[in-house]
Design a protein around this ligand. Sequence first.
Ligand code: PLP
Length: 350
Amino acid sequence: MSKFWSPLVNDLVPYVPGEQPKMANLVKLNTNENPFGPSPKVIEAIQAELNDNLRLYPDPEGEALRQTIADYHKVQPEQVFLGNGSDEVLAHIFYALFQHGEPILFPDVTYSFYPVYCGLYNIEAKPVPLTESFEINPEDYQQPNGGVIFPNPNAPTGRYLPLEQVEAVVQANPDRVVVVDEAYVDFGGESAITLVDKYPNLLVSQTLSKARSLAGLRVGLAIGHKDLIEALNRVKNSFNSYPLDRLALAGARAAYEDEAWFRNCCDRVISERERVTEALENLGFEVLPSKANFVFARDKEQSGETLAKGLREQGIIVRHFNKPRISDFLRITIGTAEQNDALIKGLQSL
Ligand SMILES: Cc1ncc(COP(=O)(O)O)c(C=O)c1O
């Protein structure tokens, strides 16, 4: 604390990202990164941008990338908003669309950045309990609110809500924005982007950090009705006109242009996820059904904390949340076959 701080800063509770330890031979399964690298075409596109033009500002509107994404998802470029990772996109969403003097609804077990944005903008949060089996029940979202947000698949549970049920939440809240955070949708879910032309209150956010293996490039997006996108642009242009640099704009475009690479990476992650799930079940774990690039699992005997510590001693890092309802669970990112073998072997030894 310091007398120079704005008073609000004293009470801020920032998000704590998964650690990025600098240990050698680490099996890093804690931040849901993709174990497979980005398309070589992405690297080429970034390399082509490494020239004298770096002295010039990038396109503030990211027009070419928005057009590429619009074509990919069969929407108009005016329906696409870009940000420096979907975290930044979400921050602008909370500011631009969730300040209506009523609480924001999100699951009690979900992405822990949502309450942080509420704290930053002084928005009331109302966590809505997931069911016993950690599922979202659409009927629970039929109550007064200033907006609704949930990831689909949810994080850290990995559980997926079928599109008809997402639609039910959107239909139940015609006067509020419903945000579907699809950071993990490409690992087996169906995107709600196909519904945005039907519902002016639906906004879908996505990221290139997971399925497109570009967490280090920081590119996220939102797709929805052009009026929602205009609100986000107003906030963005009051904050930072150039959230995406030249390298990010070029690399992201190339990522959308290499569909075969993208599909292949997703397929490999999905098949490894099924193998890890089976191996964990054979070890006596309960594994929630996952459509993400991670699994959420608990052992019937040992606590999550003990297991996370035991794995760490073997150089295997997974995520453990010391929070109500989920403190027994481990969130394990799906790695390469070798990394997953190391994880399974590591757990066998505990
Ligand atoms: C549910 C969810 N949404 C959004 C993000 C943010 O991703 P990024 O800022 O890398 O796009 C994450 C990252 O882990 C996430 O789990």
